[in-house]
Write a protein that binds this ligand. Structure first.
Ligand SMILES: Nc1ncnc2c1ncn2[C@@H]1O[C@H](COP(=O)(O)OP(=O)(O)OP(=O)(O)O)[C@@H](O)[C@H]1O
Length: 406
């Protein structure tokens, strides 16, 4: 079983697990280049074990397929060897049987020869007796004696040869039997071992097949997933390409619009230049017009009245209890005030102002009437504003808050 060459083992130093560092390409190369014919069976088994141990650890989808191929090859080689071994045993057995038959036939021949010699010597002895009885000549007697001695010797030689052959046959038979028994035991052991290994290997191969199937299934699902993603990406790409085309065309139209706009803009710029010229001309006249406008404005103010008198009626404050007013009438520019201590004509007095602000008037209302004086001040005219009234009537409130409005 182990008499075959060690080429496989020597070339690649394959021990269990030793090829785990080899890349898949190397394994593939081994599969192509290595002849398993010359590898010892122990090495093949070690390789199988190594591959199986490593394959269990590895989860790469590519390797199990190559590993399965290599294992299949190794398995075929082991099966071939088992059948060769059985054939060899059968041939040896037949050889032993033939040799045994040959020896048997030789023994039979020698036995026949021995019996023939015995018969011959008996005949000669009887002849001798007969000769003695017939008292033949002494010479004949002597001749017969010599013949008897020769035949006896021959018989003895033959007996020795037969015994030696018998012993040789026995020895050979025993040796053959022992050898047969040894070979049978060895063959049985090897067969058992191979059966066990084969079963184990089948079991592991089945596991590997399952793993390969799982890996194939997972790679299939991954492939489908990637296909789906690819399709999505393709769709998105198409969509973006379309939008790019649209953008390109819109960019072209915008470009044309911009070119048109540029032309229009240039024309408008020319127009604007011309307008600007007239504007500059107008601006030159503006100061004159402005001065005239200022003069006219202040003239209007003078015409409105250089001295103006306004009246503002303060509303009742939150804390005041008796909310009784003596103001009977509030007009646009006149005011009637009652005098309860007087009777008749003097009971009601009326006053006239440029404007009367009612208690409902706001600071903004008051300021809008005062505002033109501010402009007169800015135009260089002298203006004086002052408030007159009894204490708590709202002078500070009106003056101060009016300024703060601005
Ligand atoms: N139009 C108004 N609306 C609401 N509250 C006002 C108004 N006018 C005056 N007041 C309030 O009346 C009170 C008295 O006003 P203010 O102090 O302005 O009076 P005055 O005439 O300045 O008094 P004095 O002469 O004592 O200085 C203040 O509390 C002020 O807030």
């Amino acid at each position: 079983m182990h008499h075959v060459g060690h080429k496989f083992h020597e070339v690649f130093q394959l021990k269990p697990g030793s090829y785990t560092d080899l890349p898949a390409a190397k394994i593939s190369e081994m599969m192509k280049s290595v002849s398993l014919d010359n590898a010892p069976t122990q090495s093949l088994l070690s390789v199988v074990n190594g591959i199986l141990e490593e394959s269990v650890e590895r989860r790469n989808g590519e390797l199990p397929h190559r590993v399965a191929c290599l294992l299949r090859k190794v398995s075929q080689e082991i099966e071939r060897r088992i059948s060769t071994q059985a054939e060899h045993l059968r041939t040896q057995n037949n050889l032993f049987k033939v040799r045994e038959e040959k020896y048997q036939s030789r023994i039979r021949v020698l036995e026949a020869l021995a019996s023939g010699t015995r018969e011959e010597s008996e005949i000669i002895a009887s002849q001798l007796q007969h000769l003695r009885r017939t008292e033949k000549s002494k010479e004949e007697e002597k001749k017969v004696d010599v013949d008897v001695i020769r035949l006896t010797k021959e018989q003895e030689d033959n007996d020795i040869k037969i015994a030696a052959l018998k012993q040789e046959l026995e020895t050979t038979k025993k040796a053959n039997e022992v050898l047969c028994l040894q070979l049978e035991a060895e063959a049985k052991g090897a067969e058992e071992e191979l059966k066990q290994v084969s079963q184990e290997y089948e079991h592991r191969l089945e596991e590997l097949r399952t793993k390969v199937n799982e890996l194939e299934a997972s790679s299939d699902s991954k492939y489908q997933k990637w296909n789906k993603k690819n399709y999505q990406l393709q769709t998105a790409l198409n969509f973006h390409c379309n939008s790019m085309q649209k953008l390109k065309s819109s960019w072209e139209s915008i470009k044309q619009d911009v070119m048109k706009g540029k032309k229009v803009y240039a024309e408008e710029c020319n127009q604007l230049g011309m307008n600007l010229k007239s504007l500059v001309h107008a601006a030159e006249n503006y100061q004159v017009v402005l001065a005239e406008n200022r003069k006219l404005f202040n003239e209007v103010q003078e015409l409105k009245g250089n001295i103006r008198v306004y009246c503002r009626i303060r509303p009742f404050l939150p804390g005041q209890k008796e909310k009784q007013s003596i103001v009977e009438h509030i007009g646009e520019s006149d005011l009637h005030v009652a005098n309860p201590s007087k009777q008749g004509k003097d009971a009601l007095k009326s006053f006239k102002f440029n404007k009367v602000f009612s208690p409902a008037s706001t600071q903004v209302d008051v300021y809008s009437d005062i505002q033109p004086f501010i402009r007169s001040v800015l135009d260089g005219y002298n203006v004086c504003i002052f408030a007159y009234g009894q204490t708590g009537s709202g002078k500070t409130y009106t003056m101060w808050s009016n300024w703060s409005i601005r």
